[in-house]
Design a protein around this ligand. Structure first.
Ligand SMILES: *[C@@H]1O[C@H](CO)[C@@H](O)[C@H](O)[C@H]1NC(C)=O
Ligand SMILES: *[C@@H]1O[C@H](CO)[C@@H](O)[C@H](O)[C@H]1NC(C)=O
Ligand SMILES: *[C@@H]1O[C@H](CO)[C@@H](O)[C@H](O)[C@H]1NC(C)=O
Length: 526
């Protein structure tokens, strides 16, 4: 690993100046024309929000400090990873939040998406509020507000208090609805005078499929033969469905509470975020195209159909039969319309092949109900293919299928392996493409309100720990101070946000890549 302390920021600035120079050069020679595909920040609506994101367990650290108790993610990390590969220290944002807010200001962010650690705020999951937890989130929120940065807060991000998991099985028990609603009540009451954007639960689709079917994410419940690794607790045939059902009921209960008790005075919004993807039918046959639709129903429709129409997709109910819970009329009415906005999480595409034969099996888990073979770009630190047109497609689909709901792109970003090179050209390339895709979708009439880069800095990743990174800022894990360093992507994003000349013509993505690589060859950081 190169020693990041030795890196000079002047070389980055030099590199950026060179990039600007190359672009001007291209422009002057007519390679780039000021056609409609040219974009800059000024092309976005004036109230469009640009931000970046992290979550509690991934950055806070101080896992055992000031009264915090473990969450199911703490347990997962300590069981699955070795050594210090966990969130005990993470980026130490618990102590460094002021420094982090400074980075956001320097970058030019309008907004910061973060999550509250439930077990820091209410250590036993319910009951007394931890004054130190309250103080930390008040400090963070005040620091953001006083620097003009809008907080977007998630209440649950894979980190249920372990106490509730142990007591009654967490999300598979209907008891969670009351406890989650009370937790949300504390957050709305304490922080709602300054926080307008609330996400109840992050990615319930991934959380349920990973946590309750294959056992590959917290809380690692799965039963053979459906486990990806070893495991034997829970029940893979029914629990993913049960967990999502209780999540939807908890979300809608918290949303109703907000509307009846807080909305009038606080004027905020309560939404939910969903993992989405582009779908690629591998053989381009009718069967594979239908399989793509089925995959979409089972992953996106699973959450969105109940929120928009009050029930699960028909194909899901058919394939899961009695294993998927039925909404009562009262529940259906409560869930329907309970999201003020949808948080879209989008990184990549899924390759799909039809596998309808799976339905001949009598004993099925959630994955078999999908009746398709999925190829995810998930379990590695490989860089993600840049296919922004698939995001445009995805956003069009959300618009057409679900009545054009207000959307925030809450996560989007490029994965690289974690190393001290600050020349993350592929990340710039990725962000350039996907921010352009968001603009295309806006022009197509999608109701998108904001875009957040995942992630502000290199964090403890759910599946890869510290091996892969998505950050705009590099965190030197060999330095006890965990110093942050801006990557090229942070500089690029900052230039873009400040209306600078780094906005590039869509068709010239590859040209940009070439220009940037050229620059990085001559000016690699020593
Ligand atoms: C899972 O639940 C189903 C339905 O209740 C039941 O038939 C099956 O035996 C359970 N499996 C396990 C491993 O407990
Ligand atoms: C999906 O398929 C495309 C081309 O068919 C291939 O380039 C890509 O690597 C595949 N992605 C995954 C995640 O399997
Ligand atoms: C570090 O990342 C850079 C840029 O992504 C890459 O070119 C380089 O090979 C990586 N180095 C190591 C040691 O993995």
């Amino acid at each position: 690993m190169m020693e990041p302390k030795a890196c000079s920021s002047t070389s980055i600035i030099l590199a950026l100046n060179l990039i600007t120079f190359f672009l001007l050069l291209n422009f002057a020679f007519g390679t780039l024309s000021a056609d409609e595909s040219y974009y800059s920040r000024n092309d976005f609506p004036h109230d469009f929000i640009f931000g970046s994101a992290t979550t509690a367990y991934q950055v806070e650290g101080a896992a055992n400090e000031d009264g915090r108790t473990p969450s199911i993610w703490d347990t997962f990390a300590h069981d699955v990873f070795e050594g210090a590969e966990n969130g005990d220290v993470a980026c130490d944002s618990y102590h460094k939040y002021k420094e982090d807010v400074k980075l956001m200001v320097e970058t030019g962010l309008d907004a910061y998406r973060f999550s509250i650690s439930w077990s820091r705020l209410i250590p036993n999951g319910r009951g007394p509020v931890n004054p130190k937890g309250l103080e930390y989130y008040n400090n963070l929120i005040n620091e953001l507000i006083s620097n003009g940065i809008q907080p977007h807060v998630t209440l649950h991000n894979f980190d249920l208090p372990q106490a509730l998991e142990d007591e009654y099985g967490g999300w598979v028990s209907p008891k969670i609805i009351r406890d989650f609603t009370n937790y949300a009540d504390v957050c709305f009451r304490e922080f709602g005078d300054r926080v307008l954007y609330w996400t109840t639960i992050n990615e319930p689709n991934v959380f349920a499929a990973g946590g309750y079917d294959t056992g590959s994410t917290p809380p690692r419940r799965c039963t053979p033969p459906f486990c990806y690794s070893t495991g034997n607790k829970g029940n893979s045939t029914i629990e993913p469905y049960l967990a999502v059902h209780n999540i939807l009921l908890s979300h809608s209960s918290a949303a109703r509470l907000y509307r009846t008790k807080y909305k009038e005075n606080q004027h905020g919004f309560v939404g939910i975020s969903i993992f989405t993807f582009g779908c690629h039918p591998i053989r381009n046959t009718e069967q594979d195209r239908v399989a793509c639709q089925r995959v979409y129903d089972h992953m996106v429709g699973w959450i969105l159909e109940p929120l928009v129409r009050g029930d699960y997709p028909v194909s899901m109910k058919r394939n899961a039969g009695s294993r998927i819970p039925a909404f009562t009329n009262r529940e259906s009415e409560q869930v329907k319309g309970s999201a003020d906005f949808i948080g879209v999480i989008h990184y990549y595409n899924i390759n799909v092949t039809d596998n309808s034969d799976a339905l001949n099996n009598h004993m099925r888990d959630y994955n078999m109900d999908i009746a398709a073979v999925l190829n995810f770009d998930l379990f590695s630190n490989e860089e993600i293919a840049v296919t922004p047109w698939k995001l445009v497609e995805e956003l069009k689909k959300l618009k057409l299928l679900y009545g054009n709901p207000p959307l925030f792109i809450y996560e989007n970003g490029q994965r690289t392996n974690s190393n001290s090179s600050l020349q993350d050209v592929t990340r710039v390339n990725y962000l350039y493409g996907y921010i352009g895709a968001v603009l295309d979708a806006l022009r197509d009439g999608s109701n998108i309100k904001g875009y957040f880069v995942w992630s502000l800095m290199d964090v403890f990743e759910l599946l890869d720990g510290y091996k892969s990174s998505f950050g705009l800022y590099y965190v030197d894990r060999n330095d006890p101070e965990l110093k942050r360093y801006p990557k090229l992507s942070a500089k690029w994003y900052s230039k873009f946000l400040k209306g600078g000349s780094t906005s590039i013509v869509g068709d010239h993505l590859q040209q940009l890549d070439k220009d940037l690589s050229h620059v990085s060859v001559g000016h690699s950081i020593q």
